[in-house]
Design a binder for this molecule. Structure first.
Ligand SMILES: C[S@@+](CC[C@H](N)C(=O)[O-])C[C@H]1O[C@@H](n2cnc3c(N)ncnc32)[C@H](O)[C@@H]1O
Length: 256
């Protein structure tokens, strides 16, 4: 018998992750797959392995938080960001931007490259994630060919260098535009005064009550007329109830 309620408590103690805020079915399925893959017979065995084996713990955390990301993910959204959002928020001066659930940094570096191309300077380009290991990858800025695939070659040529081993290293100029910080969207206080917040492909894992709580937190963190962007599968059904207007299909603006 696999006692999920007990596991939720044990995982919170072992990893600091509050699984009660995440969709149960999805998380249970993922954790059970992990047990099968590593031939771990029970949740209790998993917890004792996490306590004993540091590498297993890091790999499990990475697996649980699902770090999939890519540069200019969902081109339709990036077209609106480039043509409408960045010019609007840069008109008044130097905007503050936050990529929440930033994973390997591909999203925030895509924004940084667009800003540099347009000669806009951010006051702050903040990228946060729960997972410290993935933030280290983001800070290093070295990507596999599969991770840069599909990007307009002009960005690859201008802002990346091929390393000897077939990977691509992003330029120091782009790296230096971004501040990376560990932050748990469920537990940590939110900074304020942002002109653009992106939280894409993170909400899908949370229960609907948690999603609502986080959307309110994000709206409070935005300046008036600031933009809020979610993933294409995460559209907000009643944006007005959060004080948001829909700009384009998954892009919202704080009502004034
Ligand atoms: C699928 S990735 C999305 C990456 C990027 N935003 C994109 O759309 O390509 C989801 C990220 O959310 C992060 N995440 C999950 N729960 C979180 C939490 N409670 N606080 C902060 N980040 C979290 C994961 O670590 C993971 O890196």
């Amino acid at each position: 018998m696999r006692d999920y309620a007990k596991l939720q408590k044990d995982i919170n103690k072992a990893l600091g992750i509050d699984l009660t805020a995440y969709k149960e079915q999805q998380m249970r399925r993922r954790i059970n797959q992990w047990l099968d893959r590593h031939q771990i017979p029970s949740y209790d065995h998993l917890i004792s392995t996490l306590a004993k084996d540091r590498e297993h713990k890091e790999k499990f955390l990475e697996y649980l938080t699902i770090n999939t990301s890519s540069f200019f993910r969902d081109k339709r959204v990036f077209d609106v960001i480039e043509e409408q959002v960045l010019p609007a928020i840069s008109r008044q001066g130097r905007p503050r931007i936050w990529s929440a659930g930033a994973s390997i940094g591909a999203e925030v570096y895509s924004i940084a490259m667009l800003m540099r191309e347009a000669r806009f300077t951010p006051a702050l380009l903040l990228a946060t994630d729960l997972d410290e290991a993935v933030l280290d990858k983001a800070r290093t800025g070295v990507y596999l060919p599969s991770q840069v695939q599909g990007m307009d070659p002009k960005y690859l040529e201008k802002y990346f260098t091929a390393t000897g081993s077939g990977s691509w290293s992003i330029s120091e100029a782009i790296k230096n535009m971004v501040v990376f910080k560990q932050h748990d969207l469920l537990k940590d206080p939110y900074d304020r005064g942002f002109d653009l917040i992106l939280c894409r492909n993170v909400f899908i894992y949370f229960t609907s009550d948690t999603q609502k709580r986080l959307i309110s937190n994000f709206v409070n963190a935005l300046n008036p007329s600031g933009y809020f962007i979610v993933g294409s599968a995460e559209q907000i059904m009643d944006p007005g109830s959060f004080g948001l207007d829909r700009v384009s299909y998954c892009i919202y603006q704080k009502s004034t």
